[in-house]
Design a protein around this ligand. Structure first.
Ligand code: GRF
Length: 197
């Protein structure tokens, strides 16, 4: 490795925290450590983080740029990782290229406001039944001012089966998410280090 200290991650959650726990469990292999977990409501993800001794904050509503910058400074955060976080996130200039999201479909399709959870997989299955769509997958992307539209960092695909339910497809996509998020974060952290060593 580069000999540099681990990148300091803030992970934002709203739900069960599966993606968060994936990163925490992968942390020994990632050049990164989860230093802060932010939830917009009390949830399992935030409780699991507390159990692990990670700094945790519950902040309802949409975070303003000022609040985000305060968190960044207070915890010396390098990268903000959205992991099932259901609120909009502002992107202050100093965090541009440093806020990442994972979406459970192949963007630019099946994204946008309201497209999360089962709605995404149901929309994919509808297109599979009506138009023969054969693949789904996940997308890791940088965040911009809108939902699910920032530059794509990495996509991984999986088949859509004719027997799929939203649940079975979600589970197959999530297997790809488990690989994609650590892989994309590793690449992002390395590229940030090269651009500002
Ligand atoms: C994942 O499916 C991810 O694509 C989406 O939120 C889900 C993870 O949420 N952004 P959680 O970790 O189960 O709360």
């Amino acid at each position: 490795m580069s000999g540099q200290p681990p990148a300091r991650l803030a992970v934002f959650v709203s739900g069960t925290g599966r993606s968060l726990m994936n990163l925490v469990d992968w942390a020994p292999d990632l050049p990164a450590s989860v230093e802060l977990v932010v939830a917009n409501r009390p949830c399992l993800g935030e409780a699991l983080a507390r159990e692990r001794g990670i700094n945790t904050r519950v902040i309802p509503g949409d975070l303003t740029e000022t609040e985000l910058l305060e968190l960044k400074t207070e915890h010396a955060i390098d990268v903000i990782v959205l992991a099932g976080y259901l609120r909009r996130v502002a992107v202050p200039l100093s965090l541009a290229g440093r806020i990442v999201n994972i979406h459970p479909a192949l963007l630019p399709k099946f994204g946008g406001p309201g497209m999360y959870g089962w709605r995404v997989h149901s929309a994919v299955l509808k297109e599979a039944h009506e138009q023969g769509l054969a693949e789904s997958g996940c997308t890791v992307h940088l965040c911009d001012a809108h939902y699910d539209t920032g530059p794509i960092l990495l996509q991984r695909t999986c088949p859509v089966l004719s027997s799929d339910t939203p649940e079975s497809l979600a589970a197959r996509v999530f297997e790809q998410e488990l690989i994609a998020y650590p892989q994309a974060l590793r690449a992002l952290i390395e590229s940030l280090r090269q651009s500002s060593p």
